[in-house]
Structures are given as C-alpha cells and as structure tokens.
Design a protein around this ligand. Structure first.
Ligand code: NAD
Length: 321
C-alpha cells in the first residue's frame, strides 16, 4: 500500500516507517524537520539522500522517500498529495511540547488542529481510503478513575491535550462524508530510541542520557507517582496494524501497567550500572499522581498486545540506535 506518513522523521514516526517498510509498504514521509531528523530514516533497511531544500528526495535503496513540507502550508500539502496520491495517511506530525502549548496556544493549535484539518481536506480531495491518527492520553486530563478507558471524561489539563482531542472529532466527522475509514490511537507515555527529552514520555530519555553521562537524576515528588510506559516498537506495531485494518475505531495503546518513577529509575539504573541515588525535589504543581490506561479495546480490534515490558524495553533500547 502507498502510505504517506506525516511526522515520519520524528521519534515514533521513524519507528513506524521502519516497520511499514519491513511489511513491504511504499512509504513517503511528509515532515518539516522542526523536531525530526532525516537521520532517523537512515537506520534500518534504508537511506535517504539528496538535497533537503524542498520536494521529494529520492532514496537510493528500498527505503522511504522524504518530502520536506509543513502541514500548515496548504499549497505545499496539495502539491504533495497530487504528486504522491497516497492510499492511506498515518498522521503523526504535531508539536508535542506541553509547556510550549501553554506558552503559545495559537502556535500549538495552528500545527495540531489546523494542520490536521488541512490534511483531512487533502484526504477528502485526493480520495484517501484510510487515515490513522496519533492521539494522546493527554485528552483525558486528571484521571477520575483508573485504568482510564476510552469512555473516561475528556478534560485536558493543557492546550496540547485539547489540540490532540479536537482533531479526533474532525476525523470522525470527515469519515462520515467521504469514503475514508479511520483509526484513532491514544498513546500512553511512549519511550525508546531516538526520543528527545521534551516529549510526553521524556523522563526515560532524560534518565538514560544522564545516567550514561554519570550525571545526577532529579525526581520531582517522592517518586511514587505512576505512569504507563509503552515501548515505541509496540506503538509502531499498533500503528501499522491500524493502517492495514479497515475498522473505524478510537482506542488506547498502553501496557495497562502502572510503573512508579522510582521503579523506572531503578530499572534504568540497573541496566546502565549507575551508582548514584536520585535527587528528590518538590513535586511539580499540576502533575498527575497516578495514570494507567486500559488496552482491551485495541487488543480486540487489532489483535495487538504489548510485547515489551519495561525491563525488555529498556534492554532493547540499550542495543538499538
Ligand atoms: N511521545 C509520546 O509519548 C506521545 C504520546 C502520545 C501521543 N504522541 C503523539 O505521537 C506523535 C509523534 O510524536 P513524537 O513523540 O514522535 O514527536 P516528534 O517531535 O519526535 O515527532 C513529530 C514529527 O512531526 C514533525 N512536525 C512537527 N511539526 C510539523 C509541521 N508543522 N509540518 C510537518 N511536520 C511537522 C517533526 O519534525 C517531527 O518529525 C505526535 O502526534 C504526538 O502528539 C506522542
């Protein structure tokens, strides 16, 4: 299948591209390289070469092609869809910095909401058949109960949470009026190779980077706060299965396991032979205390299940670029 992947040069996007290629799909990435890098596409089975000015870069090998463009630029998007004519779109391009969304909500909304609406317009115009969207647990806000299922109230704590939630409604509405099915996947805290520290699951990247350099690690609060950490290869597999499915669905992708920050610290510490104790600082205002998401729905719809527990993910991460 010919698949356009927005944000394919990013952390989760590049792992998804790896797997799509492995499954024999024809992959064309659309990315403005604001936080992603073409080097993320350089690992695994393919390489990207060429002039990064604009337009499609031909690959020299069995790899993905890269089109450097911004999802807020409708002219550029139209040129891309006209040239590529994808059958399916995996939409991952987004600004993902929660703090940035609070400091500059209009930028956040422009990229995450308007950017998605632009892409949906193009899908409609260019008769795309399948659309998969990377949503987030941030749409739920402070949990009213655990595990958070898909029917949990949606009260985002940040503009980022809203800018991930609003596009979900556009996707469902758009699919009613055109011949396009959709999968919406709300990821828990994703971690793995190629992650930058600023992201939602950034604590794993922060601890790992600091331990490798033998620097101190800071834990805010008593470290007993919990999160649902899911390995990026499991998320990539969920994305690919969702693209290959025709079902309309909205579902969490998570481990369904609550892991405390102290436990996380100890697993990474053991893997890297780090000797220091963490430095505890006051809890940050507004931090969610406990969070984990149910995953029964996605397991049923896509016959997906998380293959990596935390220890396996951290071990795998240590051996992967
Ligand atoms: N990392 C997590 O834990 C997590 C959790 C839930 C949901 N998500 C979602 O997953 C998706 C991928 O996140 P990630 O962690 O890989 O982030 P990332 O920053 O690594 O990837 C985002 C990609 O989108 C590109 N991009 C950003 N703005 C763009 C624009 N205007 N036009 C074109 N490309 C643009 C970036 O260059 C980058 O390659 C996002 O939609 C994010 O909201 C991530």
């Amino acid at each position: 299948m010919k698949i356009a992947v927005t944000g394919g040069c990013g952390f989760i996007g590049s792992h998804t591209v790896d797997l799509l290629l492995r499954n024999g799909h024809d992959v064309i990435v659309y990315d403005d390289l604001s936080t992603g890098s073409p080097e993320n596409l350089g690992s695994g089975s393919r390489s990207v070469y060429g002039d990064l000015s604009t337009g499609i870069l031909e690959d020299l090998g069995a790899g993905a092609k890269l089109y450097v463009g911004d999802i807020t630029d409708r002219t550029e998007l139209d040129a891309f869809f006209t040239q590529v004519r994808p059958e399916a779109v995996m939409h991952m391009a987004a600004q993902i910095d929660v703090q940035a969304s609070m400091n500059n909500p209009s930028f956040d909304a422009n990229v995450n909401i308007m950017g998605t609406v632009n892409i949906l317009d193009m899908c409609n115009k260019h008769e795309v058949k399948r659309f998969v969207y990377s949503s987030s647990a941030a749409v739920y806000g402070i949990p009213e109960y655990l595990g958070i299922d898909e029917n949990h109230p949606k009260n985002p704590e940040s503009f980022y949470g809203y800018s991930k939630l609003v596009p979900e409604t556009y996707i469902r509405k758009m699919s009613e009026s055109c011949d396009m099915t959709y999968g919406i996947i709300r990821y828990a805290n994703v971690y793995g190779p190629r992650q930058r520290a600023e992201g939602e699951g950034g604590v794993v990247a922060i601890f790992t980077n600091r331990m490798i350099k033998n620097r101190d690690c800071i834990i805010y609060g008593d470290g007993e706060q919990t999160r649902d950490f899911i390995y990026v290869k499991d998320i990539a597999r969920a994305n690919v299965l969702a693209l290959e499915s025709k079902m309309n669905f909205t579902a969490n992708a998570s481990t369904s396991v609550a892991t405390s920050v102290n436990e996380l610290f100890n697993v990474i510490k053991k893997r890297y032979g780090y000797r220091n104790k963490p430095i505890y600082k006051n809890a940050r205002e507004g931090d969610v205390v406990h969070s984990w998401l149910t995953n029964d729905r996605i397991m049923q719809i896509l016959e997906w299940n998380p293959e990596f527990d935390l220890k396996a993910g951290i071990n795998d991460m240590a051996g992967v670029k």
